[in-house]
Design a binder for this molecule. Structure first.
Ligand SMILES: [Zn+2]
Length: 271
């Protein structure tokens, strides 16, 4: 148990009403992993930290980090709210799903500073108008190893070649080159472009993602393929995913960003 107050950054993951007027807030912190914080009297008028415990808010806190048990915030030293995400049902659904997936992938209290940075950057991109599906797909692919699925994205799972056309296979848990396609008749039959994006997503640094302009056809293919990977290889999905699927299925169209003048930065996705 830590006795001295700590300075830390925290991103709200989930909120739960507790007792008559308290609030439990699960936050992803920069250095202490996920922690549950108790805010006393947070549901009473006059509570001074209301803004810091809203969904899609990242704040600088001073507080006591306890393990095991509940942690406590003593002071807020500035908050940033992702306001576009909060105001838009679709952006909200994508962002909730990314956070829920990170939440599901790691145990409580495991320090995951790289995923804190990822979450901050992903929400920043979505809040600034980057295609939320592509940001989500990057999260899904980069989280696969945390779920115990670690495809080799460099080449064929059987022979390692990467100079032949590649496809994805659940049976081999990774890529298969055209020489080995006969080993799995249930391979994905993915387009070259979709495979290109999956391999790119597996290693791209989210902090360097620039303009994104992926065609609607490829976006649909990526969505279908990654759903199949999660169904077949991961086997769990957060509730937020079902809500996102309902939203998309209900014809609520996510507008793909119009291709702008191509820039030659390696992390611009355009076709
Ligand atoms: Zn091969």
């Amino acid at each position: 148990m830590s006795q001295a107050p700590e300075d830390f950054r925290g991103l709200v993951l989930a909120r739960f009403n507790y007792k008559e007027s308290d609030l439990l807030v699960k936050m992803l912190t920069d250095h202490f992993g996920k922690r549950m914080f108790l805010f006393r009297r947070a549901r009473k008028p006059g509570f001074k930290m209301t803004a810091a415990v809203l969904p899609f808010t990242l704040s600088n806190f001073t507080g006591r980090i306890n393990a095991p048990g509940l942690s406590y915030v003593q002071a807020v030293r500035g908050s940033h709210a992702f306001t576009k995400i909060s105001a838009d049902l679709t952006l909200n659904a994508y962002s909730s799903y990314i956070l829920a997936l990170i939440d599901m992938a790691f145990d409580e209290d495991t320090p995951i500073p790289e995923w804190f940075r990822f979450a901050e950057q992903a929400l920043t991109l979505i809040d600034q108008g980057t295609d939320p599906q592509i940001v989500t797909n990057i999260a899904e692919i980069q989280l696969l190893p945390a779920f115990g699925v670690g495809p080799n994205w460099r080449g064929c799972s059987v022979c390692g070649r990467n100079d032949l056309p590649l496809d994805f296979s659940d049976k081999y848990g990774g890529l298969l080159c055209s020489d080995h396609w006969q080993l799995d008749e249930r391979r994905y039959h993915a387009s070259e472009r979709a495979i290109y994006y999956l391999r790119l997503f597996s290693h791209v640094d989210i902090a360097t993602v620039g303009k994104v302009a992926v065609s609607e056809q490829t976006r649909r293919e990526l969505r279908t393929m990654i759903d199949r990977m999660y169904d077949g290889l991961v086997g769990v999905q957060p509730k937020a995913k079902r809500f996102l699927d309902e939203l998309n299925g209900a014809g609520s169209h996510i507008q793909a960003l119009k291709p702008r003048k191509p820039k030659n930065s390696p992390s611009d996705f355009s076709e």
